[in-house]
Write a protein that binds this ligand. Sequence first.
Ligand SMILES: [Zn+2]
Length: 471
Amino acid sequence: MKIQFLGAAGEVTGSRHSVEAIVGGRDIRFMVDFGMFQGGREATAKNLEPLPFPPKAIDFVILTHAHIDHSGLLPRLCAQGFVGPIYCTEATFELLKILLPDSAHLQRSDVERAVRRQKAGKWRGDLPVALYSMEEAELALAQCEVLSYGKHLELCKGVELEFQNAGHILGSAIAVIDIAEDESKVKRCVFSGDIGMKGKLLMPDPALISQADVVVIESTYGDRLHKTLAETESELIDVVTNTMNAHGNIVIPAFAVGRTQEILFLLIDLVKRNLLPHLSIWVDSPMATAATHLTQHFFSQLDKESQSTFEWFKNNPSAVDLRFIADVEESKALNKIKGGAIIISASGMCDAGRIVHHLQNNLPRAQNAIVITGFQAYGSLGRRLVDKATKVRLFGEEVQVRASIHTIGGLSAHADQAGLLDWLRGFRSAPKSVFVVHGEPEASAVLAQAIREELEWKNVVIPERLHSYSC
Ligand SMILES: [Zn+2]
């Protein structure tokens, strides 16, 4: 059996791993994840790079979860000739129906904007390329087949798949794949996907797997420990209490899928525990609204504490005034509210979407607060705010930053180093090979070393992109 790492090797994005084996005398090849590379020109080049084998040669794809860096190039793969099934959980499929068409839409808008700027003489260099169209995103969705957690499915003769809950986002799965290379010997490969933080809001703890021959593990935060949830809560209580007392607004930029629901849950839970007073919350992002409805739909997949908090809110609907904004007019009407509102909107890094309007409106007033809850990439507007810019340009206008800017850590969707090691301790004996992927070089190296030292596992490899490894 061979694994070739086509992405998320030495970096966080672009997860896609090819597995080749001879099963029952037949060559098979499948992919685990088929994600988009994100961030900068290099990512664009990698997204356009042809595969080292024809897409037609892939028998099937196993998808761990819906995040674009794991799923985002599936439409391109299908458009290039892959016709097999894409296996994922039901919640992942529902999220893909939101995320893939949105990704196609964003790409098209980027191209259109660049063309307009080029015509106006304001664009230098190459124009961006749309990786796929809306129709191609729909085609990929038609190839999805859902599999519930804990159920076994024979994908072809000699290959069996089981999904276990990874506790990362709604629908996220650890893929447990049994491959019978010969009748007497079955090799078990476990792909962690992205592993959630133990005790994280909304999601249950990641499932432990007791045995594997090969483990492929993520390492996003392989070199650090997160703040505790208690610290995060007290930071949030301080900001909300102080801002509400000063009659200001709070603007929270948040990714529509996952982070928005976590913040909502956290705020409602703090009201339930009498740690915050009655709140007025507006969620202003159509995608966040859709993702929040999905979270309610998959209620039984949430952890027990979150279920009881949602039940409480259902019985005490007046405790929090929660409104989902549907149209642009309603969104604009929020500009009139000068105090007492909590506005959650996307994009998470403040670069696009309705959040920019809310920032334009709320940044100039000192009694307002902006609460940053997620990673802000270098060069993004969110990063400039975190870096204490005193003025920013929004829609071509200079805006003074007088509102206070707060960064609340501790809401990570990924396990930290201790969480990753804990998950690995679930294996009763050392796997024959461990591959550390999905991390910046430093994070992967530190985690690999911790696995060697603390678990005393020997064969720990940080794979190089495009290299194949026999195992
Ligand atoms: Zn993810």
